[in-house]
Write a protein that binds this ligand. Structure first.
Ligand code: HEC
Ligand code: HEC
Ligand code: HEC
Ligand code: HEC
Ligand code: HEC
Length: 388
């Protein structure tokens, strides 16, 4: 290891401000204002301050680090390595202090202290140098110090004046680049580590599709640094198509000796994304398809919910590893998501009362992003008249 020059710094950062200074990106904003502004509002620009992430880290400290004999608070680097790759240049004390701040930011009763901790933690994120240096050459090779890696080979050296060389990384424009953080490390066997990237490869790329993560999430040539995700309403809506076909008919009821009205509802839900949706490690995010039918008086006469979710659960007696509940390689994978090109088709046969004159069928697909944020992905309403 000693042979490899690291990006680094002989001195470790003792404070968050020192760490921010080491990976200063203020100059990038001067010349790449658009990329900076897009990135700043993306989840990558908030990869610690995101309330979901703060809660996740709080719970990891309380339920794993503080309870597992083989672990200690310093092991918060397990999470920070991907969420703030710069953390490798933080001192051990700083990592402990970040952990304390996470607890304050989530749990403290004093709102002022809470806000102050959140503000401090918001200085940490996955920034330009996290991707264009630290992660740019992949998990197996060390990036060169003071080098900005880009997707092209540039003739001139536009970064000379800020003390950086400019280099080409063939990885950056590929899906494997995103997999550096969106998949398990390469030494973990493929089958033992099902992630969103596994789904991308098996359900999409191997089925003949050519689009990369960048094509969709960075909007192709635009190379948008918003890294569009489910919290962008248009992008989210684009991920599924819903078709509904509601028809009235009759069936013969031999018990009542009558022809009875019935409405038949067919739904077809198609995933247009490049991988299973929704995808997350916890029970969030989730997707619900709700079908309801009301009569002419607005009374609900039928309702049905179908859930889509992907997650990892640990059962007693599974593999003997530390942190079993937290380690995707030690858990049982629950795959109840919607795969690309495998439409979910349902038929509902809903008997009506003989005096029903009309039925209003409503099909809604909702995306539960967090406990407090639900987005509507699709909604179709169809009214059918029932012949008397
Ligand atoms: C291998 C890199 C990696 C590691 C290690 C990692 N994360 Fe993440 N984390 C990600 C990526 C990538 C996403 C976004 C993926 C997504 O939303 O599907 C994410 C998203 C999240 C989210 C929000 C999305 C959700 O599914 O709830 C939380 C919370 C989170 N991480 C917490 C943690 C905690 C706590 C740890 C440490 C135990 C951790 N992460 C370790 C890469 C990582
Ligand atoms: C999550 C990783 C990530 C982060 C964070 C990130 N970038 Fe990028 N950036 C990429 C990738 C990937 C590409 C190349 C995509 C391709 O060519 O398909 C790229 C391309 C670029 C390009 C070339 C655009 C072009 O038109 O050729 C510039 C300039 C750039 N990034 C600047 C920045 C700046 C400035 C920041 C910080 C504000 C930043 N990036 C943050 C991943 C990232
Ligand atoms: C003095 C202006 C200036 C500053 C400061 C600057 N850049 Fe650039 N950068 C350029 C120019 C000019 C180009 C080449 C034309 C283009 O792609 O916009 C470029 C290109 C790039 C590319 C694309 C390289 C490729 O292969 O296409 C990336 C990535 C990048 N810069 C990242 C950064 C990051 C990260 C920072 C901050 C550490 C930064 N730049 C600071 C001017 C600047
Ligand atoms: C250095 C690690 C890293 C790399 C490389 C990386 N990501 Fe991420 N990504 C993360 C983390 C960490 C999060 C979670 C941030 C959060 O939830 O606040 C995330 C979140 C996301 C989200 C939002 C998920 C959500 O639940 O809202 C999308 C979309 C995404 N990444 C796409 C990409 C794409 C596309 C690439 C490749 C161009 C990429 N990422 C490369 C670490 C990375
Ligand atoms: C064909 C377009 C397409 C491709 C290719 C694609 N995605 Fe997505 N992705 C989407 C859409 C649309 C969504 C929003 C729907 C959703 O989140 O359910 C999404 C959602 C996500 C999310 C959020 C997951 C969730 O449900 O919270 C992450 C993270 C992500 N993609 C990462 C990636 C990565 C990494 C790759 C490459 C390995 C990739 N995507 C390839 C279109 C694509």
């Amino acid at each position: 290891m000693a042979l490899l020059p690291s990006f680094a710094f002989s001195k470790k950062a003792e404070t968050i401000d020192e760490l921010v200074e080491m990976y200063d990106i203020r100059s990038c904003a001067d010349c790449h204002e658009d990329k900076y502004n897009e990135w700043k509002t993306s989840t990558m620009g908030n990869s610690v301050a995101d309330p979901r992430v703060l809660r996740g880290m709080r719970t990891f400290i309380r339920l794993a680090l503080d309870q597992e004999k083989s672990m200690s608070r310093g092991d918060l680097t397990i999470c920070l390595n991907c969420h703030v790759p710069q953390i490798k240049d933080a001192s051990a004390e700083l990592v402990l202090r970040i952990g304390d701040m996470v607890l304050i930011a989530v749990e403290d009763k004093d709102e002022t202290k809470k806000e102050a901790a959140k503000k401090e933690l918001a200085k940490l994120n996955l920034n330009c140098l996290g991707c264009h240096n630290l992660a740019a050459t992949g998990p197996k090779s060390q990036p060169k110090e003071k080098m900005i890696y880009g997707p092209r080979k540039l003739e001139d050296n536009p970064h000379e004046e800020i003390g950086f060389q400019t280099g080409k990384s063939d990885l950056l424009a590929t899906s494997e680049f995103c997999a550096v953080c969106h998949h398990c490390p390469p030494d973990v066997p493929w089958k033992e580590c099902p992630t969103l990237y596994t789904s991308y490869m098996e359900d999409f790329a191997h089925k003949g599709h050519k689009e990369t993560c960048q094509d969709c999430h960075m909007q192709g040539e635009k190379l948008s640094h918003k890294f569009l995700g489910p919290n962008n309403p248009d992008f989210l809506k684009s991920s599924i198509s819903l078709s509904v076909n509601a028809r009235p008919t009759r069936y013969i009821d031999i018990y009542e000796n009558k022809k009875m009205p019935v409405v038949v509802v067919k739904t077809e839900l198609t995933n247009n994304a490049g991988h299973v949706v929704p995808h997350g490690c916890a029970v969030m995010p989730r997707m619900h398809m709700d079908v309801s039918v009301r009569d002419q008086d607005g009374r609900e006469i039928f309702s049905n919910r179908k859930e889509f979710t992907v997650g990892d659960l640990y059962f007693k007696g599974g593999k003997q590893v530390a942190m079993a509940e937290w380690d995707v390689t030690a858990t049982e994978h629950v795959e109840l998501g919607l795969k690309p090109n495998v439409p979910d088709r349902n038929t509902f046969v809903i008997p009506l009362k003989s005096d029903t004159t009309s039925a209003t069928v409503e099909v809604t697909v909702n995306y539960l992003y967090t406990r407090d944020e639900t987005f509507t992905m699709q909604k179709v309403i169809q009214k059918v008249e029932i012949e008397q």
